[in-house]
Design a protein around this ligand. Structure first.
Ligand SMILES: Nc1ncnc2c1ncn2[C@@H]1O[C@H](COP(=O)(O)OP(=O)(O)OP(=O)(O)O)[C@@H](O)[C@H]1O
Length: 647
């Protein structure tokens, strides 16, 4: 053992027996906790613990939407620190690393140090460390070199800040760590400010995303910053109740409520008028369009003044009113559409069937939201707290599909994983298994799947005894399964088992709520990028006219494109992808195009896209947010001749 490690262990032992230390109080207390509560032995060094990919998936699935919202902030933070040798970890509230960005050149070293996806940094396991101690104290901190309890981690410097959910519960921890750093702890001061600032941004983005349908109040002590970087953010429902807040707002509310013990006792929370000198009806007065100087709001209890900006719920601006049966749907399902009759039919039927064992088959063109709908159904079902596992049957190589789906024992066949594999079907046990592109599943796997569904048990390859299974299966396809059955490529008995009810998602071009979807998506992108995007009339009109072969996925990609190119958040026609801004494109050449005017417009646009991308099909598919196979099908359908086919 090195002298440094031995000295470190001596210091830990002295603290364990009650002596004082020169460490920061938060570190000293954590060391005491490690010994007295977590029963960690200073003499025992532990390797980093990385959870299995199955458990990691469960942890990630449980916070899927949060991760999606946080990703932009995570990437932005990483861009600022990458050159300084840091890696970035986002863990859940239990200390499991659910997102990670680091330089792949150092993968092995980082993995050994626990700076990796799936690493468990909870204090009871890893001892004093930035993530674990941040979870224990809910405070931002730096754990620098020998501040770590376990001498294995002495080379590291780690800085973490908590991210709270809108109800004030710890949701995640944001951490930046480096394998090497200068000796003085003060060298990490800026790192601490940076992580705190990004944790605050992620918290705000998550709050705004969660309460898209409600009033939002942003507040700051400075007139200039109320709009761009507010300190306090709150969500308010249509009755004026405060239903969500960021951590700074939570602390502000706690300070205000400390002077009003009567309010703390009320079970139904408190309203804006309990906290501010205003009511819900006053909120439009604080809209962005009014000069900041006129947007001051006084706190009712302390009398302090803050500058405010309010955002109305988006449906107050653009959505047609929801029907009564629509409002009766649980929020995740209601948020899938607004007033479109086909969607209304699909979603209300699905809501009734989700807790039955009836087979559900979701059909629809690529990008219409088959997986999105299934996730929403899972989230409102009785299985909500259990795993959601999505399998793309078309993406699994035929030789691996059975072992990936049904698992295998250790050494069951050449190339089998050394420890065996649970299989995706068993990973979904208790929850929902989404089988996407079921039409692409090979016939032999269809036979096994049918047996699993019929007998409700699964036998991993190499195992003799079956394992009981309780899973809700939802399948999806954009292919014509009846035609596949007729062609002998899909088992008829499996088809009948899966299609107890068929939910046909409409293509985007047929949806009556496309304008609402555009505004929703734009609102979400504004939240994610902390910006205020708006469309010019000509850009909006182009979006409404376009035919959307890649459906909602293509729409989101096009808006993303628009946001990236926009000036000051205003998305004009020129900021949209060419095929949408100029749908007539260039004159089509090659073979004649069949079909009516709309088809011909689509063909023209595709041809223009192919030319612009030098006939690179993958590039066009990426640009449109669709599969390569979709582009190939369209090339055939429109009779476009590719240069490589010309002799
Ligand atoms: N109702 C909706 N509201 C907002 N976004 C949606 C909606 N439906 C789908 N999306 C978004 O559109 C994109 C495509 O959705 P999804 O992956 O569910 O489509 P899909 O039909 O399963 O596609 P594929 O057939 O290609 O697998 C995703 O980014 C999803 O979040």
């Amino acid at each position: 053992m090195t002298t440094e490690r031995a000295a470190h262990i001596d210091e830990l032992v002295r603290v364990a027996v009650g002596q004082t230390s020169a460490r920061d109080a938060i570190i000293h207390q954590s060391w005491v906790r490690c010994v007295s509560e977590h029963k960690l032995d200073p003499l025992v060094l532990r390797d980093a613990h990385i959870v299995t990919s199955g458990r990691l998936r469960e942890h990630r699935d449980a916070m899927d939407e949060f991760l999606h919202t946080a990703r932009f902030g995570v990437e932005m933070l990483y861009r600022q620190i990458a050159g300084l040798g840091y890696v970035l970890l986002l863990t859940d509230a239990r200390g499991i690393t659910v997102d990670f960005i680091g330089d792949p050149t150092f993968n092995n070293t980082l993995r050994r140090a626990g700076l990796y996806l799936g690493a468990d940094w909870n204090e009871p396991h890893a001892g004093t460390c930035a993530v674990g101690t941040c979870i224990a104290t809910e405070e931002a901190l730096t754990v620098h070199q020998s501040d770590h309890f376990d001498a294995t981690h002495i080379p590291l410097t780690c800085t973490a800040a908590p991210v709270f959910d809108p109800s004030g519960k710890l949701a995640a921890v944001l951490d930046i760590s480096a394998l090497r750093s200068p000796e003085p702890k003060a060298s990490q001061f800026l790192a601490l400010q940076l992580v705190k600032s990004f944790a605050h941004k992620i918290e705000n983005a998550n709050l705004l995303n969660r309460f898209r349908q409600e009033w939002i109040i942003k507040l700051s002590g400075s007139a200039e910053f109320a709009d761009v970087d507010p300190d306090y953010v709150m969500a308010v429902d249509s009755n004026g109740r405060i239903i969500g807040f960021n951590n700074r707002a939570r602390q502000l509310l706690a300070r205000e409520l400390a002077k009003r013990p009567d309010l703390r006792l009320r079970a139904d929370g408190f309203s804006v008028s309990d906290i501010f000198e205003c009511t819900i009806d006053d909120l439009p007065r604080f809209a962005h369009s009014r000069p900041t100087g006129q947007r001051t709001l006084r706190l009712a209890n302390s009398g302090a003044t803050l500058f405010a900006q309010t955002l109305p719920p988006p449906n107050k601006l653009v959505a047609p009113a929801s029907s009564r049966s629509e409002s009766a749907l649980p929020t995740p399902l209601r948020n899938l559409f607004r007033g479109d009759p086909a969607m209304h039919h699909v979603v209300t039927r699905a809501a009734k069937l989700i807790n039955t064992q009836m087979g559900l088959l979701i059909t629809g063109e690529t990008g219409t939201g088959k997986e999105h709908l299934t996730k929403a159904l899972h989230s409102v079902s009785a299985r909500a707290g259990r795993p959601f596992v999505a399998v793309n049957c078309a993406a699994l190589p035929e030789s691996l599909i059975e072992s990936e789906l049904f698992g295998h024992e250790a050494g069951a066949f050449t190339g089998a994983a050394a420890k065996g594999k649970k299989g995706l079907v068993l990973e979904a046990d208790g929850g929902t298994l989404f089988l996407d592109e079921i039409g692409d599943m090979p016939i032999s796997s269809q036979t096994r799947l049918l047996r699993v569904l019929a007998e409700r048990e699964v036998t991993p390859v190499g195992r003799t005894r079956p394992v009981p299974l309780n899973v809700r299966v939802i399948a999806a396809t954009h292919r014509d399964l009846v035609a596949l059955v007729r062609a002998g490529q899909f088992r008829e008995d499996l088809y009948f088992r899966l299609n107890g009810a068929v939910l046909a998602l409409p293509p985007l071009r047929q949806r009556t709520d496309i304008e609402w979807l555009i505004d929703q998506s734009l609102h979400r992108l504004s939240t994610e990028h902390n910006a205020n995007y708006a469309l010019t009339a000509s850009a909006r009109s182009a979006l409404l006219k376009y035919q959307w072969p890649g459906n909602i996925r293509e729409l989101i990609n096009a808006l993303d494109h628009g946001c990236a190119l926009s000036n000051d958040g205003t998305i004009d026609l020129v900021d949209l992808p060419d095929r949408i801004a100029h749908p007539l494109g260039e004159e089509i050449s090659g073979k004649p195009v069949r079909g009516g005017a709309a088809t011909s417009r689509q063909a023209d646009a595709l041809l223009a896209a192919l030319r612009n991308n030098r006939w690179n099909v993958s590039q066009v598919a990426r640009e449109r947010g669709v599969d390569r196979s979709t582009i190939h099908r369209q090339i055939l359908r429109f009779g476009i001749t590719m240069p490589k086919d010309l002799t």
